[in-house]
Write a protein that binds this ligand. Structure first.
Ligand SMILES: [Zn+2]
Ligand SMILES: [Zn+2]
Length: 336
C-alpha cells in the first residue's frame, strides 16, 4: 500500500510504501476510494493538537470498499461501501460512553490522529465505527459528509438545543461564521428546514458570499459585519478566536454561540454585557455514532450536495496548502 505520511509536525507529508497489514479481530481493511481533507488535518500537520501518533497517516473522511474482514466483524460484507469518520473507537465503559456521550470518551481513538487514517490506498478501521454508505452520490462527493457534515450536524444540534428542550422559540435565524466545507453542507440542511441562514466569510471574499447564497443563505457578508436581523444562534467553523465576541454581539438574548472546531486561536477578552442575558458559548467535540446515523439518513431527504475539488493522493500537500489559504470552494478530496 501507499500512504502520505506525517513524520514530524510542521513538515510536508511524504509518500511511503508500506506493507499491507491484515485486519485484527474486529477490524476491516478498506480499499480507499476517496478521503476528504479537513481543517483538523491542518491542525495535526501544524502540531496544534497534543500527542498525535507519529508517524501518522492523516485523513478521517474515508470512503472505500471492504477488502478484508477481520474475525468478529461480520456485520459488514466484502465489497460493501463504507465511511470511516474521526471517531475511530471508544472504550465503551467510561462514564461518558455509558451516558450516550461517547464523543467525550476518556480513551477514544481518533482516525488520522491517534490511529492511521485515509491519506492512503488502504486503511484499517474498527468495524463498529464504520458506516455503510449507499451507492450514490459518488465517492468523492460523499467524503466531506463524514466530518464536515457530521461535525456541522452536531454543532447544529447544539445550536438548536434550546428549541429541542422547550419546544418553544423555534430557531429561525442562524449565523454561520467561516464558509468552508462544514458550512456549505449545513446551510443546505438549515435552509431545507426553513431557517434563515446568514453566512459570514473572510472579509472581502465575494466568491464565498455568492457561493453561500447559491446554497440557500438569505444573506452573506464579511465576518466584521452585523447581520440585518439579530440571530437566534451562531456556529463558528473558522478557527479564529476573535469571532467569538463578534458572534455574541450578533445573537439575541438567550442565544447560543457554538464553536465547531477542534482548535481555535485565543479568544480576546470582551465586555461581560456581550454574554449577559443568558447568551451561551459552547464547544462541540467529536461525534457520536448516533449523530452519524441521524445525519446520513437525513442527507438524501434534504437533497444535500457537496462541492469538491479532487486532488491525486500524491498532491495531499497541495490540498493542505489550498485549504490553509482559503482557496477552496467546498471541500478538498484526495483520490488514491
Ligand atoms: Zn469511553
Ligand atoms: Zn474533520
Amino acid at each position: 500500500m501507499r500512504a502520505m505520511v506525517l513524520e514530524r509536525p510542521r513538515t510536508p507529508l511524504v509518500m511511503r510504501e508500506r506493507p499491507e497489514r491484515a485486519p485484527a479481530a474486529g477490524e476491516i481493511l478498506i480499499e480507499v476510494a476517496a478521503c476528504g481533507v479537513c481543517r483538523t488535518d491542518l491542525h495535526v500537520v501544524d502540531g496544534e493538537l497534543p500527542n498525535p501518533k507519529l508517524p501518522i497517516v492523516p485523513g478521517h473522511e474515508i470512503v472505500g470498499r471492504v477488502a478484508t474482514i477481520g474475525a468478529g466483524a461480520a456485520e459488514l460484507t466484502l465489497g460493501e461501501r463504507v465511511g470511516v469518520p474521526w471517531l475511530g473507537s471508544t472504550c465503551g465503559v467510561c462514564s461518558y460512553c455509558r451516558s450516550g456521550r461517547e464523543n467525550l470518551c476518556d480513551r477514544a481513538i481518533f482516525t488520522g490522529y491517534t490511529r492511521d487514517g485515509g491519506y492512503a490506498t488502504h486503511a484499517l478501521a474498527d468495524a463498529r465505527y464504520c458506516f455503510p454508505l449507499p451507492q450514490r452520490p459518488d465517492d468523492a462527493e460523499v467524503a466531506p459528509l463524514l466530518c464536515a457534515g457530521l461535525i456541522g450536524w452536531r454543532s447544529y444540534r447544539m445550536a438548536t438545543a434550546a428549541e429541542q428542550l422547550t419546544g418553544a422559540a423555534r430557531l429561525e435565524a442562524l449565523g454561520l461564521y467561516g464558509f468552508g466545507a462544514a458550512a456549505h453542507i449545513l446551510v443546505q440542511v438549515a435552509a431545507w428546514q426553513g431557517r434563515r441562514v446568514y453566512a459570514f466569510t473572510r472579509v472581502g471574499d465575494e466568491a464565498a458570499q455568492v457561493f453561500a447564497k447559491s446554497l440557500g443563505a438569505v444573506w452573506a457578508g464579511g465576518s466584521d459585519e452585523m447581520p440585518p436581523e439579530p440571530l437566534d444562534a451562531a456556529i463558528i467553523f473558522a478557527p479564529v478566536g476573535p469571532l467569538v465576541p463578534l458572534a455574541l454581539k450578533a445573537v439575541k438574548k438567550g442565544g447560543r454561540v457554538v464553536c465547531g472546531g477542534i482548535h481555535m486561536s485565543d479568544i480576546p477578552s470582551f465586555p461581560y454585557r456581550l454574554l449577559w442575558e443568558e447568551r451561551h458559548i459552547v464547544s462541540v467535540a467529536n461525534l457520536t455514532r448516533v449523530d452519524a446515523r441521524e445525519f446520513l439518513a437525513l442527507v438524501p431527504q434534504a437533497g444535500v450536495k457537496s462541492e469538491v475539488t479532487r486532488y491525486p493522493l500524491a498532491a495531499a500537500n497541495d490540498a493542505l496548502v489550498d485549504l490553509r489559504a482559503g482557496r477552496l470552494q467546498g471541500a478538498a478530496v484526495l483520490i488514491p
